[in-house]
Ligand binder design. Structure first.
Ligand code: COA
Length: 195
């Protein structure tokens, strides 16, 4: 049985392992091999431990657990200024309420396609709705098939940009949800698909 929980500091090693494995699996051929090889679960564990301990209020982290294993993670917070898409209903000048952002969402490669990503996204959007973020968004690499997951889970494509990552231009797409709470409820209502 899979449970979604707020992460504890003791989850840091497992969070970092999921993060590194999912990056290498998802971004091979999209980001430079050298960047993927340089990633270290040990360094990542120290960073996640710090985030869980010191940033719980502004950057909460959720994990998907099955028994003692962490199978996925997401972290959320307010949309960072330069990351807020210009134009449309996400235009900064028209904003009164804060815009939420899904900063990270990763499921271990061998646990994908079992409904875990959807449940983590639901948890993140629900938490953002509680923090008055009616609207929420995220950025995904344009060549990452995960964008189809966001389309499947109701995200609207709202912007694109090109960022220099490791010295090469990388296309990115932003997806948005205009009602974080309603989207979370819809996703949470999907029947569990665990195995
Ligand atoms: C993207 C990711 C988070 C999705 O999580 P997941 O647990 O595999 O997805 P789910 O099983 O919850 O899928 C929910 C729905 O999206 C669909 N979906 C998921 N990934 C998809 C893909 N790559 N292409 C098309 N549809 C996809 C599923 O088929 C499912 O559809 P359904 O409603 O018909 O059942 C996960 O695959 C992952 O971590 N990928 C690698 C890292 C990554 O790219 N993260 C996102 C960074 S922005």
């Amino acid at each position: 049985m899979i449970r979604i929980d707020r992460a504890a500091e003791s989850d840091s090693n497992a969070i970092a392992r999921v993060y590194v494995e999912a990056w290498r699996h998802a971004y091979a051929g999209i980001l430079p091999d050298a960047a993927l090889l340089q990633m270290s679960a040990e360094r990542g564990a120290a960073e996640w431990s710090w985030i869980v301990r010191h940033r719980a209020d502004v950057q909460p982290v959720f994990v998907a657990r099955a028994g003692g294993d962490v199978l996925g993670m997401t972290s959320i917070g307010l949309s960072r200024g330069r990351d807020r898409p210009a134009g449309g209903s996400f235009e900064p000048s028209t904003l009164e309420a804060p815009v939420g952002e899904i900063y990270t969402l990763y499921v271990a490669p061998d646990a994908q396609d079992r409904g875990i990503g959807r449940r983590l996204l639901a948890a993140g959007l629900a938490e953002l709705a509680q923090r008055r973020c009616t609207r929420s968004m995220l950025w995904v690499l344009r060549d990452n098939p995960a964008r189809f997951f966001y389309e499947r889970t109701g995200g609207q494509r709202i912007a694109e940009r090109i960022e220099m990552l490791w010295g090469r231009p990388v296309g990115q797409l932003a997806y948005g949800w205009n009602d974080s709470g309603a989207a979370a409820a819809r996703l949470a209502a999907c029947p569990a698909r665990e195995s």
